[in-house]
Each structure stands twice: as structure tokens, then as C-alpha cells.
Design a protein. Structure first.
Length: 335
């Protein structure tokens, strides 16, 4: 065999033998180290610089306006509002002190057309009371109805008023068919008397007198008590129509005057018989003090010996005259 070819085989066998011997050799025990030395290695700190961020201003962006589409608005039809007419003042009354004004108005009130409002307003404008509201006028007789202040109390607390209705042309105006008392301080409204005509409050404000049918009634405003005095119809013709009106008190509240009339509807207002009766409110004694023909009205009893009358003769214009209730004498008022 060629020696050059055996040499590599020999080398491999020797290497294999060395590995087997090393594996089978006994392990040599090591003596433990007497001291463990721990090596502390300090690493140099690596500093990584954080870059400083310098804020930059944000540029302001101005938007470019976009073209808009302009539409021509379509007109929406609107109804023309109905104009509310200014209320019509039918009547206006000022209190004797000048502190209050009462008005009756026709207009558009509380969302209702053609309605009526009766109110009272202080002249300084600080107080306003709605006394009555009515959808339509009312009345006990034919014609229109009114709310009329009858008396303002001296202490300024009350306004007494009536509902008044115009007559039908035959007979006198009724001048009231009930009596109310309105408190100007609280707004309280009380119906004192439900029926009656020609209410007259005594100057001392203790009583109110009125006419009901053919009777004179005197009502105590404090107690509510009433006394009734029928009119003496024996002085009239039984087949004629008598009625009584124009009731007034004397200035000292001690006496009453009432006008009686008859035959007015039969012969005409200027041809009827007129008479004036004086009544004592304590004894209720009646005394006819004056008879007249044609026509007269009692206007006011201003002084104890002077009663103001309005007299009409024929178709002439009426004139004023004084009546002395003690003597029955009449004198012209301009003398």
C-alpha cells in the first residue's frame, strides 16, 4: 500500500483515540476559592441630548370666500292686521274732589268687539279699576243702558253708581234700576239694592231714598233697614197714569221732595199735570206743596229755602226758577 495514502487514515484514528481517552479520564476536583471578588464596573454615562423644540408661529389662514348662491326670497303673503279702533268715550264723570274720573267706553275690550267698559281712574294715574265689563248694554226699559256715578263719598272711599236706561218716549227716564257701591281703595263692588229708580243719597250719607212702583223707600246704608211709604194716589185721577221721579234731599238731610205727574202719555209731556210732594223721612208724612202745568223738573235742593227747578212752557226753551218749599212760591232764578 502506498505510504502516502495511509497517513491520513492514521491521523484520523489517533484523533478518535484522543477523544475517547479524554472522555474517560477522571475529573479533577477544584479547591474552592477563598474569597469572591466582585468587580464593579462603572459605565461612563452616555448623555443623549434632547433637541430643544423652538415653536414656530402658526400662519393665520385666511379662507378664500366661496361664491354663494343668492336666491331671491319668495314673498310669503301675510294678512293685513285689523286695526283696533280707539275706544269711544260715551260718558265721563269727575268726582267732586277731582281725584277720580269714571268713564263708560265702547270699543274692543278683552278680545271682543263692540263691548262696553266702565272704569274709574285716579287723576294722578296711579290707580285704575275696571268696575264693570259688558258684552252688550242692558236695561230694564227700551233703549240704551248707562253706568252713572250717583254719589262720591266725602271720605273718598266709595263711588255709588246705578245702571240707567233711557225710556221709550212715553214717561220719564227711569234714572236707575239698581244701586251699587264700589270701594275705591280695594276694588270691591257690591250691589246694595237690586230694584228701584231715582236713587238719592242723603248729604249726611246715612240713607238712600228711591222709588219703587208707587212707593217711596228709604234704605239705611249702615244697617240695611228699609221703611216704605206708599204715595197717596187719591190726589190723582184714577184713570190716568201717575208716576214719580226727580227725588231730592234737603241740604240738612231732614226732608225729601219728589215730583209726581199724571196723564203724560195720554195728552203729551207738556200737557200733563205736575205736582211736588214733600216727605218727612221720620214720620213719612206727605204734603203736596206745589202743582204746575205744564212741565217742570227738580234740578237740585241747594239751600233750605231754595229748590232749583227747570220749567218748560209750551214749546219754549226751558228756564230755571227757584221754589221755596215752605211757601210754594216760585221766582225766576236770574232775579
Amino acid at each position: 500500500m502506498n505510504k502516502m495514502r495511509l497517513f491520513p487514515i492514521f491521523a484520523v484514528l489517533m484523533l478518535f483515540l484522543a477523544v475517547i481517552m479524554a472522555a474517560c479520564a477522571p475529573e479533577v476536583e477544584r479547591e474552592p476559592a477563598s474569597e469572591v471578588v466582585t468587580a464593579v464596573v462603572t459605565r461612563p454615562a452616555t448623555h443623549t441630548a434632547v433637541p430643544t423644540h423652538t415653536p414656530t408661529s402658526i400662519p393665520t389662514y385666511t379662507p378664500t370666500p366661496l361664491p354663494t348662491h343668492t336666491n331671491t326670497p319668495t314673498a310669503i303673503p301675510t294678512s293685513t292686521p285689523t286695526l283696533i279702533p280707539t275706544p269711544e268715550v260715551l260718558d265721563s264723570y269727575t268726582s267732586p274732589s277731582g281725584e277720580w274720573v269714571a268713564t263708560l267706553e265702547e270699543g274692543y275690550f278683552f278680545d271682543e268687539p263692540d263691548t262696553y267698559l266702565f272704569r274709574v281712574i285716579s287723576t294722578d294715574g296711579t290707580v285704575e279699576w275696571v268696575v264693570e265689563y259688558a258684552a252688550e248694554p242692558d236695561g230694564s226699559l227700551l233703549g240704551y243702558s248707562r253706568r252713572i256715578p250717583l254719589h262720591w263719598s266725602e271720605d273718598g272711599q266709595y263711588m255709588y253708581y246705578i245702571h240707567d236706561a233711557a225710556g221709550d218716549g212715553c214717561g220719564p227716564d227711569s234714572y236707575g234700576y239698581n244701586l251699587y257701591r264700589f270701594n275705591l281703595e280695594t276694588g270691591e263692588n257690591i250691589e246694595l239694592i237690586p230694584e228701584g229708580h231715582w236713587f238719592a243719597i242723603a248729604p249726611n250719607e246715612e240713607k238712600v231714598a228711591f222709588i219703587l212702583d208707587d212707593e217711596l223707600v228709604i234704605h239705611n246704608l249702615t244697617t240695611g233697614e228699609e221703611v216704605i211709604s206708599p204715595f197717596d194716589l187719591s190726589r190723582t185721577h184714577q184713570d190716568l197714569f201717575p208716576y214719580y221721579s226727580y227725588l231730592v234731599w234737603s241740604p240738612d238731610s231732614s226732608s225729601l221732595l219728589v215730583r209726581g205727574a199724571e196723564d203724560v202719555c195720554h195728552t203729551g209731556m207738556l200737557d200733563g199735570r205736575i205736582f211736588i210732594i214733600q216727605v218727612d223721612p221720620q214720620s213719612l208724612i206727605q204734603n203736596t206743596i206745589f202743582e204746575f202745568s205744564p212741565w217742570l223738573e227738580i234740578v237740585a235742593w241747594q239751600e233750605l229755602d231754595k229748590v232749583l227747578l227747570s220749567i218748560s212752557i209750551g214749546n219754549a226753551q226751558s228756564s230755571n226758577a227757584w221754589l221755596n218749599p215752605e211757601t210754594g212760591e216760585i221766582t225766576p232764578a236770574d232775579e
